[in-house]
Design a protein around this ligand. Structure first.
Ligand SMILES: [Zn+2]
Length: 267
C-alpha cells in the first residue's frame, strides 16, 4: 500500500521520529508515502525528508491557502527543487473557496500558473479542492485532455461531481473521511470510482480514521482506510492493496525510483 498524500514535515511529527513512523507503516503493509508541500518551506522540508529516507517521496507546490505568497520567485524556487529525483508530483495546488484564506482571484492565479509550471516540469498534479469542484472542472479537464495526470486528493465532493471528474480521467484519493459517520456522499463516490482511478491516502497528521478520529494521523493508518474501502467496494484488503498500489505507481511515474532513493542510494 502507498500513502499517496501526507505531511511528514508537520510540526506534530517530532524531528527524528520518521524512522519509527515508517517502520510502523511497513508493518501495517504501507511500503511508501508521498509527503506533500503546502508552501516553499514545507516543500523544501519534505524534499529533505525524501532525500534522507527510503520509502518517502515528495511533491512540491503552493497550497491555495498560501496563494497570496505565490510569486515569480516562488516559481523559480519550486522549479529548482523539482529537479530532484525524489519529487514525483507537483502540489498541493488548487482552490479552497470554503476558508478563502487567500483571495479567490489570488487562488485562481496561483492555481493556473502552477498548473502551467507542473506541465513544463512534466509532473502529475495533486489537487486540493474545497467548495470549488464546479469552478475547477474546466481547468482540470483541459489539463487531462493534454494527456496529463491529476490526483484529486481527499475527495469530498458529491457523487455527481465525482462522476464528472472521473469521466475526465482524474484520480480520486480517499482517506480517513470514508470512515466518518456523516460521509455517505464520500462513501458513494468511493464505491463508484472506476478501479483504475482509485487511490488511498491519509492526509496525516490530519483526518485520522475512526476509531482514531481527532488524534494525530500517520501513514500506517492507510491500512484502516484500505479495510473500509475494501468492504465498501465488495473487495478484499489484498485486492484493494494490489489495485491502489499499481494505480499510485502509474499516477506518479517516478514513485518506484523515488521510494528506493534514500540515504543508502547515490543520489
Ligand atoms: Zn494535504
Amino acid at each position: 500500500m502507498i500513502d499517496t498524500h501526507c505531511h511528514l514535515d508537520d510540526h506534530r511529527f517530532a524531528p527524528g521520529e520518521l524512522p519509527d513512523l515508517l517502520a510502523r507503516a511497513l508493518e501495517a503493509g504501507v511500503s511508501g508515502a508521498v509527503t506533500v508541500g503546502c508552501d516553499l518551506a514545507s516543500s523544501q522540508a519534505g524534499l529533505t525528508l525524501a532525500e534522507t529516507h527510503d520509502r518517502v517521496a515528495v511533491a512540491v507546490g503552493v497550497h491555495p491557502h498560501e496563494a497570496k505568497h505565490w510569486s515569480a520567485a516562488a516559481a523559480w524556487t519550486l522549479r529548482h527543487l523539482a529537479t530532484s529525483q525524489c519529487v514525483v508530483a507537483y502540489g498541493e495546488i488548487g482552490l479552497d473557496f470554503h476558508y478563502n484564506l487567500s483571495e479567490p482571484d489570488a487562488q485562481l492565479t496561483a492555481f493556473r500558473e502552477q498548473l502551467e509550471l507542473a506541465g513544463d516540469l512534466g509532473l502529475p498534479v495533486i489537487i486540493h479542492c474545497r467548495d470549488a469542484y464546479d469552478e475547477m472542472l474546466p481547468d482540470i479537464s483541459s489539463w487531462l485532455e493534454a494527456g496529463r495526470t491529476a490526483i484529486m486528493h481527499c475527495w469530498a465532493g458529491t457523487p455527481e461531481q465525482a462522476a464528472c471528474y472521473t469521466a475526465a480521467g482524474a484520480h480520486l484519493g480517499f482517506g480517513g473521511m470514508v470512515t466518518f459517520k456523516s460521509a455517505d456522499a464520500i462513501r458513494q463516490a468511493c464505491v463508484e470510482t472506476p478501479d483504475h482511478l482509485l487511490l488511498l491516502e491519509t492526509d496525516a497528521p490530519w483526518l485520522a480514521p475512526i476509531p482514531y478520529r481527532g488524534s494525530r494521523n500517520e501513514p500506517s493508518r492507510v491500512a484502516q482506510v484500505a479495510a473500509v474501502v475494501a468492504r465498501l467496494r465488495g473487495s478484499t484488503v489484498e485486492g484493494i492493496d494490489t489495485l491502489t498500489t499499481a494505480n499510485a505507481m502509474r499516477a506518479y511515474p517516478g514513485l518506484a525510483a523515488a521510494l528506493a532513493a534514500g540515504p543508502g542510494s547515490a543520489m
